[in-house]
Design a protein around this ligand. Structure first.
Ligand code: SF4
Ligand code: SF4
Length: 205
């Protein structure tokens, strides 16, 4: 018979003196240690709907769904914990750091997989010229706040950061042709339309 190693002897003594290391779950509640990666949970106040968590999720457990036809247009971000592998990448790469956080909730067994979802939904801002999604209103306002005075380099952020400024009324002085001319500068535009507007202004057609 092999002699027990010192480490095993120490463990045995510790278990005799202080009780076993294992918990009595499910007969007694188990308290996970700090750093435990349980159910990831959206924090609606801190989430800005940027979708970065969906981009990095290796299990494709988070999806972003833009609906441009509703009034106002919306972005819904849904997490399905029946697909989640609890890797923590969503929390690690969250733009605001606290938009989604790993909780200590571990008891997630269910017979109904459809119930394993959570969602957050925000107003989506569309490009006024082409209708492409620019980002959620909350996200763009968050970016403008983070940039401070530098946000004034981007007219889309200026218009969205302070909706009360009304720098450009919806149809004020706007002509159908040519689209994306000088009078479109102070409008909410996607990067492609912003680039076209600036290039036309500087170099013409
Ligand atoms: S913990 Fe990992 S698998 Fe689960 S939602 Fe976050 S990134 Fe995706
Ligand atoms: S703020 Fe965080 S949780 Fe919200 S969509 Fe962006 S990355 Fe995901």
């Amino acid at each position: 018979m092999r002699k027990p190693k010192l480490r095993e002897l120490k463990e045995a003594l510790r278990a005799v003196l202080f009780g076993p290391f294992t918990s009595k779950y499910p007969f007694e509640p188990h308290t996970p240690p700090d750093g435990f990666r349980g159910l990831p949970k959206f924090n609606a106040d801190d989430c800005i709907g940027c979708g970065a968590c969906a981009e990095v999720c290796p299990a494709l457990a988070i999806c972003t769904c833009d609906d441009r036809l509703t009034t106002p247009p919306t972005r819904k971000i849904t997490q399905r914990w029946d697909k989640c592998i609890f890797c923590g990448q969503c929390e690690l790469n969250c733009a605001t750091k606290t938009g989604i956080t790993m909780t200590k909730t571990y008891s997630l067994a269910t017979l109904d997989r459809k119930s394993c979802t959570q969602s957050v939904q925000y107003e989506l801002v569309l490009c006024e010229a082409c209708g492409e999604a620019v980002g959620t209103r909350k996200q763009l306002q968050w970016v403008a706040r983070r940039l401070g005075a530098k946000a004034y380099a981007n007219p889309t952020l200026i218009v969205l950061a302070d909706g009360g400024m009304k720098l450009a009324a919806p149809d004020a002085g706007r002509t159908a042709e040519p689209a994306l001319a000088r009078n479109d500068m102070m409008r909410v535009l996607c990067p492609a339309c912003r680039r076209t507007t600036v290039v036309r202004e500087l170099w013409g057609e």
